[in-house]
Design a protein around this ligand. Sequence first.
Ligand code: HEC
Length: 137
Amino acid sequence: MKRLHAAGLAVLIIPVLIGAALPRAGSPDDTVSFASDVSPLLQKYCLPCHADENHNPSELSLDSYELMMKGGKHGDVVKTGEPDESTIIQKLSENPPFGDRMPLHSKRKKSPTPPTYLTDDEVKLLAKWVSQGAQNN
Ligand code: HEC
């Protein structure tokens, strides 16, 4: 009788424990964060060139939110709320409005590896950040 009781309790408790351990799906807060989403992408793909104390092509530094918002040779790179109008997004597409697709790949050096462009999801994430107001969040 005692054994049966313990087994019954386990049947009740185990699903509760498993449920608590599972990550909560569908978080309602899908705000893109500059610090934890955007900045790591810039660091990975852009800072090898667009860093204040690096080559800094087109006078565009992407090391911080403030520097990014200063823009480059062609002016602002972020048009708040309008990813399609923002050069920071346009330059990631196959046919940018001027110059080359970013991250730039040296045409002179014959690299055996194909260029590493951002994935569609990564570009979408950046675009979402711009459309959500390009906040320093
Ligand atoms: C290998 C070096 C290199 C890397 C890496 C690189 N860029 Fe560039 N970038 C350049 C050069 C050179 C130019 C100027 C020529 C041109 O516009 O194509 C430029 C220009 C730009 C401009 C135009 C700025 C202006 O006002 O004229 C933007 C925007 C830009 N890059 C964004 C990015 C982003 C975003 C990344 C990362 C995803 C990135 N770049 C990675 C070399 C690089």
